[in-house]
Design a protein around this ligand. Sequence first.
Ligand SMILES: Cc1cc2nc3c(=O)[nH]c(=O)nc-3n(C[C@H](O)[C@H](O)[C@H](O)COP(=O)(O)O)c2cc1C
Length: 327
Amino acid sequence: MASFPTALGLSAERTRQLMGSAGLAPSLHNRQPWRFRLTEQVIEVHADPQRRLPAADPDDRELRLACGAAIMNLRLALADAGVRPLVDPPPPAGSPTTLAEIRGGGRAVPTPAERALHDAIARRRSNRRPFREIPVPVADRNALIDAAQQEQGWLHVLTRTELDPFAELVHRAHRTQVDDEEFRAEFDRWTGRRRDEPEGVPTSSSGPRPEPQDLWVVRDFSAGQAPERVAGKDFEREPLLAVLCSHHDSRADELRAGQAMQRVLLTACAHGLSSSVLSVVTEVAETRDQLRSMLGGSLHPQTVLRFGYGPPVPETPRRDPADLLMD
Ligand SMILES: Cc1cc2nc3c(=O)[nH]c(=O)nc-3n(C[C@H](O)[C@H](O)[C@H](O)COP(=O)(O)O)c2cc1C
């Protein structure tokens, strides 16, 4: 096997692990829309235009969220390898796909909190199963809010009275998407996959088959193959849902929001919480605007996260780290 290229003074094996960590970031339909160019001085993070999802994500906003999450993983993995990561915006005259450049800024000694987040990278997974009816303690909720703030984001935890109007928005957005033939075709192409495929969402990662009376989880990732709902295994009555927001809405803000999303998801995992992403409301322009108004009109909702205590779920496959590299 050819040896892996190196970057930022790391060994080939460490660089391979670094790319593996980046690739474990979450992405819409597990499209993994990132690529990296490695040199000794810099890691370039690129969007992969071949991996766009034009029906669900016509403006590439969620693509940038996913790439932001990959950058968060890279930052943690670099710190774990003893390198202080410095993340810069792309050079103005650079390639149009460059999203960020990461350089080494001297030696890093990760804090225990950073170590815990780094350890969570491989354990985190989207859990689409029903969660237990156990409330998430206030201290853990606050840790999630704090994680978003550390990355210049804002996590708005939906209050009990906001849950019903939000559920309305979920159903409205879902109806818009299922009425859209292109959305349906794209969704069907990337879900209900086999576990040995390195991208897309496999049936094994889906939740129970959706039913018409469901309040919350409306997408079937199993292509209709998930087992019928077992009586008494419905979704939690009062889910802990939180809207991950940015304060502004430029492309750089979306990339930062992706880092905030991933810090929140890793913090949840480090605190023993399961999580999933529920992006339907933020994908449909009309419901995204309505959600924005619901939150007071000044924040920009980027995605919605659900937290709780779920059963163990299998990991969703990823591409080999070598396949993430550009020449
Ligand atoms: C921007 C974004 C939007 C997503 N939207 C949804 C969603 O609406 N429903 C869902 O179940 N998962 C959603 N996901 C989760 C992805 O499907 C998941 O990250 C991917 O399949 C990889 O699996 P993993 O998170 O378990 O590693 C989303 C992820 C991202 C980053």
